[in-house]
Each structure stands twice: as C-alpha cells, then as structure tokens.
Ligand binder design. Structure first.
Ligand SMILES: [Mn+2]
Length: 423
C-alpha cells in the first residue's frame, strides 16, 4: 500500500471453481496474490486494498455464513471470521462486491488489477468504468489507469522474507524425503504411478498440502517428454527414471528434478550424459549471485551442454557454430531458470523497464534445471544414447554474497544417487 500511494485501489478476486466432470470440481486453490496478502483460502472471495481510506484500508469480500451449506460443503469464516482472523479492517458478503465497487473506485487515479485472468470481472470493471465516465458528476471520477499488480505486488513476492524462506525450507525438506523414497522404490517391475503415489504420499505424510504441480515420473524415453504426467509405464531394468516433483508447504512449493537409474547403476552412456548435465548445473549454480542475470546463467549452461553434445557425438563442429545455428535445441529446448515461490513459475517480471534481463538480487529464489533429451528416433545420435532423458533441478536462493542451494542435500552426484537407489 505504501508503494501504491493514497490515490489508488487494488482489486484481487479468487479464481472460480472449475468443473472436473458432472458436479465434481477440481480441488480449489486460492490465488497466490490473495494468499500472499491475507492467507485467506476460501473460494468466492475478493480482496480490495484502499491505501488512502481513513478506516477500511483492507477489505475482504467472502461467502456469508450458512449453516446448511456449511454442513454440505465445509466451514466458512464469514465476514466476522475474515475480519477477526485475516488481518483486514472490514469484511462483507461477496454479493456486495459489485455494489460497493463504484464507491471504492470513485476518485482514485490507479486501479491495480490484473486484466486478462477473469473475463467476467474484466467485463464488470470495464463496464463500471464506462458508467462512471458517463455519470462522473454523480458517481465520482473513474480510475485514470489500470496498473498491472506486477509493478508493486509481484516485486514484493519476488524477494522472499525470512518467514517465506522458512516455509520454502519445509517444502524442500519434505521434497527431499520424497525423492529419496522414490529412488529406493524404483526397482525393475515397479510402475511409474507407484512412484508418483509414493512421492505424493510422502508429501502429505509430512504435512505438505500435496504437490505444488503435477508430479512427473518418466522412465526410459518418457523422460524425454518435458511435462509427461501419464505416469503409467512399467520401469524396465537399466533405464533412467526422471522425477520432477515438489511439495507445497504453507502455499510455497519446491521444484526439484532428479534422474536416476532403475536398478541402481548407471550404464556407461547414461553416466556420460548425466555428468555433462551435472557439470552444466553445478557451474550454473556456482555463478549465481547478485548482479548476474538469468540469461547469463542460461547462456553459460548452453555453452557447457553444447560442449558436451559435441563430446558425446550428438553434434559436430564447434560450440560457437552450434550455438549460432541453434541445432542444440533438439536436445535442450527449455530455459534454465524461473522464479520460484508460491507459484512454481512464480510471479515477477523477468525483464527490466528497458527490456533487458534483470540482475538477480538478494532474496530471489530461482530454479536451475539444465537437461539433455535425446529422442528415441534420433538417427543422428549414437545408438546407445537414444531415448535418454536427463534433467537435474535445484532451488537456489540468491544471498547478499552469492547463493544458497536450498536443495543441495538431495542426492545428485552419480555415486550418491547409486548408493541411495541401492540403500
Ligand atoms: Mn522447474
């Protein structure tokens, strides 16, 4: 609210519940912006911030209490509970949002509101502004600007406070348990979904709300599909298993990938490929510090991976040539890093106002996740490397003098992985 200034209002609404099938809905997840600002997790709610107001500076709109509905659907805080437990100055039934909004918006310059996420509310806001223009003398002047919440709120979310880092540390500790359990259980004859179940069970058993995104368990060439979530194949001896899974604790998610051999021993070609990805990943982590950009990290990662692709015989020529013509993208087609926090791909601008990659700052958390994916049907690749998919992903906090790898303790070196798998 300090950043917004007194002549502005911010508006956030919970996403609507989505139908899964018939009358069943997907599990509800509150918008991270509302969670960040209030912790209020119920659907059918909205938050309005009015920094210039004398009394009601933070207002929640929530479902009213309803004993009968609560018997069927679960408890509700109601306006009284919202006010008492979530630190706002006032709370009203959600039905009153549309009637109170004209007064709340009258005479403010900036409306902080994320266009494009909620078509119904977009239309409501647009038509309200149009009505205010026509009836300015009766209703007060409409907002002059609609401002992206990225400008202020997401800058706050981007730099993690000590309390947020504590939640993330718990998410990471639980994620560690799950990855180790999966490595131990990944014997030939197990199914990918058994490992998925074990990972998600381990998350819940330790008090996480569950995975922060769909758990990926890809064995064999399923590991070459970046967002593979079918998880329905049988693990074959001698293949690699890629698990990309992170626990969500108090709304903060870890995002960790490990790749390990089913049966507990890398084959020589698997190990050669793995060591190249690891070399790139370790170098990328090493260079993470304030002032460096995510693009710097990505470019260095690509150099090392392309060097490796030449060593492996996947590409010919020189590193420079292959970076210039982009042919490495056949084997490495995604970015190396993203912001991490309440959203797995967390809020925050990647570019500065002049369109350049922004320098990292203390308190930011990024993933570092190089990979190497050799298609099964790639006739250009050596026979014994076709169908190998590897990604290694850690969560890295930028500190004042460098970085801290939050997920460093999850086995990653080939010998440690083999020992864990066989442990
Ligand atoms: Mn990631």
């Amino acid at each position: 609210m300090d950043g917004m200034g007194p002549r502005s209002v911010a508006l956030f609404r919970a996403p609507s519940e989505k139908t899964r099938n018939g009358d069943v809905t997907f599990p509800f997840r509150q918008s991270s912006d509302i969670l960040y600002l209030t912790g209020f997790a119920e659907p059918e709610s909205a938050l309005v911030l009015c920094p210039g107001a004398a009394k009601e500076r933070a207002i929640l709109f929530v479902r009213p209490r309803d004993p009968e509905r609560e018997t069927w659907e679960g408890r509700r805080a109601g306006p009284d509970g919202a006010c008492r437990d979530f630190g706002v100055d006032a709370a009203y039934p959600i039905q009153e949002l549309s009637t109170r909004l004209p007064t709340l918006l009258a005479g403010v310059d900036d409306l902080h509101y994320s266009l494009g996420l909620d078509a119904e509310l977009d239309a409501q806001v647009a038509s309200l502004i149009a009505r205010m223009r026509l009836a300015e003398r009766r209703m007060g002047s409409p907002p002059k600007r609609v401002v992206d919440p990225r400008c202020i709120l997401h800058e706050l979310r981007l730099r993690k406070s000590p309390e947020e880092l504590e939640h993330l540390a718990r998410a990471v500790a639980i994620t560690h348990e799950a990855h180790v359990a999966a490595m131990r259980a990944a014997k030939p004859g197990a199914w990918e979904y058994e490992l998925e179940a074990l990972v998600n069970y381990t998350f819940r058993r330790h008090g996480a709300s569950g995975p922060g995104y769909d758990t990926i368990v890809g064995s064999g060439d399923n590991a070459t599909i970046l967002h593979y979530t079918e998880n329905d194949a049988l693990l074959a001896a001698g293949t690699l298993v890629l698990i990309d899974a992170g626990a969500e604790f108090q709304s903060y998610t870890a995002d960790v990938t490990r790749t390990f051999p089913c049966g507990g021993r890398f084959t020589p070609p698997q190990r050669r490929c793995y060591e190249i990805v690891l070399r790139a990943q370790e170098e990328a982590i090493r260079m993470t510090r304030p002032g460096v950009t995510i693009d710097d990290i990505h470019e260095r990662t690509i150099e090392i991976l392309v060097e490796g692709m030449l060593e492996l015989g996947l590409l010919q020529g020189t590193v420079k040539e292959r970076i210039a013509d982009g042919s490495y993208r056949k084997y490495y087609m995604h970015r190396t890093s993203h912001w991490l926090g309440m959203d797995v791909h967390d809020a925050g601008a990647y570019l500065t106002d002049v369109g350049r990659a922004r320098p990292l700052e203390e308190g930011m958390v990024i993933t570092i996740e190089p990979g190497l994916y050799i298609p099964r049907d790639d006739s250009a690749a050596p026979d014994d490397m076709r169908g190998i998919g590897i990604r290694i992903e850690d969560d890295v906090l930028v500190t004042d003098d460098g970085h801290r790898n939050l997920t460093a303790s999850i086995p990653k070196k080939p010998d440690d992985i083999e020992a864990t798998c066989r442990g």
